[in-house]
Design a protein around this ligand. Structure first.
Ligand code: ACO
Length: 433
């Protein structure tokens, strides 16, 4: 393509139906879909719509939180590369960064940590609510319902236009999410719920609520504590993914943050999103042995199923989070002993990355390919995996929700449709059908 020295930041569009020419401005490498409305065949027409099922090429907002370059495999929170945050930051510091936009000073981090640490307890009514679930209820079903039910306790959360309410409920949600997740785990095991220990770190307290038995104070392993903290940093935000889109979409009607977070968690529950690492474990168990990998890959290529943990809507290169997780896995396995599934996963990755089917479609391992293997080595049952994802992602959802509420361009989310049904017809009485 040749560059025209007189080029303008616009598109010239000719409507071949009418012969009319339109100039559509380009801003930030995008055109505004509403500008196409002026393109009409007849005066009474609605104007051209932009058709984009599943928002494959539609920017739904302006955001300053997370940057992804899917072709280069780049992920940054507020401009900081994920690799540096995973090495140098903590989850709570990263949550602050996502929500407030800057890294905290030492005093700001102390105050933030203290606020979160002192809001970890759940209302006793919420605990009783959770006790009502079936003994083997799925953790995500419990988590979604409990988070939604929390809106009945914190009634002030409905005032989403009040910055103080937004701040208070942001802190409550980040603080209580590990408590809810840990209670689902204890519930499934028929163990008494363990109340938060606010002397421990965010992750240390989570591990205590999961695994404390009769000891006076639970002593988390620093290696596991750090490994989970890193996993939490990696999962904290990922721009406009399915669950974040749900958070923004539900939140755009000014629902309270608990209801919006429950909706986001419901979106995360699906196997194509946060449930993928559960599917990866089931897939690796199904393969069972390295010698079965070629046959499995052949069946995937013939359309018999997916290679779970591979492919991404945005990354068309190695997911940078998968690279970091692989390193974390080594540290965890040194402590827990190896997970036999890792060997199958590594071989599967090797074979897939050499196969034309996956190369042509730019399918690389995503964050979920290895995260499940680590969670399993740590002793988490597979149905806990999406709940482990929901804890850190709550920080990202809330950062995006707050940004959305402060956005001057915000309107209630309301896509259009291309109607393809029957045109107007008279009602047919029952005896004539
Ligand atoms: N295994 C086999 N084939 C795949 C896979 C896969 N994991 N992913 C995509 N493909 C194929 C599709 O069949 C399609 O092939 P075709 O062109 O011959 O029809 C092509 O690659 C393009 O795939 P799409 O489904 O169009 O890609 P899309 O961007 O819509 O989907 C998604 C992305 C949903 C993540 C998909 O890759 C997938 O289902 N992966 C497995 C599930 C998974 O790991 N999800 C976790 C995502 S990360 C996260 O949420 C944290």
């Amino acid at each position: 393509m040749k560059e025209d020295p007189e080029s303008k930041e616009s598109l010239t569009v000719v409507d071949n139906r009418t012969g009319l020419t339109y100039e559509i401005p380009i801003k930030d490498q995008a055109v505004n879909a509403s500008d196409f409305r002026k393109i009409k065949e007849h005066e009474r027409d609605f104007g051209l719509l932009v058709y984009d099922p599943s928002f494959v090429n539609t920017a739904s907002c302006r955001s300053a939180i997370t940057f992804i370059d899917g072709d280069q495999g780049v992920l940054e929170y507020r401009g900081y590369p994920i690799e540096e945050l995973a090495k140098k930051s903590t989850f709570l510091e990263t949550a602050y960064l996502l929500i407030k936009g800057e890294l905290p000073t030492s005093a700001e981090l102390d105050a933030w940590t203290n606020e979160i640490r002192t809001h970890t307890y759940m209302h006793e009514k919420m605990k009783m609510f959770m006790e009502g679930f079936q003994y083997d209820a799925h953790p995500m079903g419990m988590l979604i319902a409990t988070v939604a039910a929390m809106s009945t306790i914190y009634r002030d959360a409905r005032d989403v236009t009040d910055p103080e309410s937004r701040e208070a409920n942001t802190i409550r949600l980040i603080a209580k999410m590990p408590t809810v997740a840990a209670f689902t785990y204890r519930h499934n095991r028929g163990l008494p719920y363990v109340y938060p220990d606010n002397d421990l770190t965010y992750v240390g307290n989570f591990l205590s609520m999961l695994w404390k038995m009769a000891e006076p104070q639970y002593a988390p392993s620093p290696v596991l504590e750090r490994a989970i903290d890193v996993l939490f940093i990696l999962h904290a935000d990922h721009e406009q993914n399915c669950s974040t889109n749900a958070m923004r979409s539900v939140g755009s009607s000014e629902s309270d943050p608990y209801s919006s977070t429950a909706a986001a968690a419901a979106a995360l529950y699906g196997p194509l999103h946060g449930g993928a690492n559960e599917a990866v474990i089931n897939m690796l168990n199904g393969i069972g042995d390295k010698k079965n990998i070629p046959d499995f890959v052949r069946r995937v290529k013939e359309g018999e199923g997916l290679l779970w943990g591979f492919g991404h809507r945005v990354y068309k290169n190695y997911d940078p989070r998968a690279e970091i997780i692989k390193q974390t896995a080594d540290e965890v396995f040194e402590l827990t002993g190896p997970n036999p599934l890792l060997e199958i996963a590594l071989e599967l990755e090797r074979i897939a990355l050499e196969d034309d089917y996956f190369i042509e479609r730019k399918l690389y391992p995503n964050v979920d390919f290895y995260s499940g293997i680590i969670y399993q080595a740590l002793g988490f049952p597979v149905d806990m995996f999406p709940a482990l994802f929901a804890i850190p992602r709550t920080a990202g959802w809330l950062a995006q929700w707050r940004e959305m509420l402060e956005d001057k361009e915000r309107k209630i989310a309301r896509p259009r449709q291309l109607f393809v049904g029957e045109s107007r017809r008279p009602y047919v009485p029952m005896d004539q059908r």
